[in-house]
Design a binder for this molecule. Sequence first.
Ligand code: TYD
Length: 212
Amino acid sequence: MNKGLFISFEGSDGTGKSTQVRLLTEYLRSEGYDVLLTREPGGTVISERIRNIILDPSTPEMDGHTEALLYAASRAQLVAEVLRPAIESGKIVICDRFMDSSIAYQGYARGLGQDTIRMINEFAVHGLQPDITFFMDLPPEKAMLRVESQGHKDRLEAEDMNFHDKVYQGFKELSRFYDKRYVRIDASESIEEISEKIRQYFRDYVERRDRA
Ligand code: TYD
């Protein structure tokens, strides 16, 4: 495989997404792939600074528009500095969240509208889209129980159940809309079962792509 590949993971907080991101990265590296792992918001010096501003629980007064623009600003830097060069050089890029998170959280849950969020993000990413998006599907009641058990909550996690419900509905709608690249993963299964399904999907995908 000599073409780059862009894989994103999406889903609500508390779905075990970051664990699966790590496991897939370890697996692909053990198979000899050149993998770049990154996360959103973050992944560059500038984007990590923006992340700290966005997630700071001591500033609940942040306006939704400010929040949406900061996520997009963090993403623009990540795309320009890291994602696009890595994909162009043939790496597999794995990103823990990407633009769909903004559509679900800011577009649906904050009520800013998916079209507006899509528009400001198009400006930020210049058409870059994941080839595969693994959607960790877990109803918010269950997901939030996991977040509760982790203790500390960031500013977004501290939102009420109604907010998290809308985030979840947003992701479900995105998975119907982008049915070609979305892969729904039942996040209530065991870590091992889930990671095997993800690995299997990846192997099939690469085989199909190399044959084409
Ligand atoms: P994340 O790093 O996944 O949280 P954690 O490491 O605690 O699992 O994401 C931080 C929060 O930011 C999370 O609640 C989702 C939210 N978020 C948005 O609201 N919009 C976005 O565009 C992104 C990327 C994340």
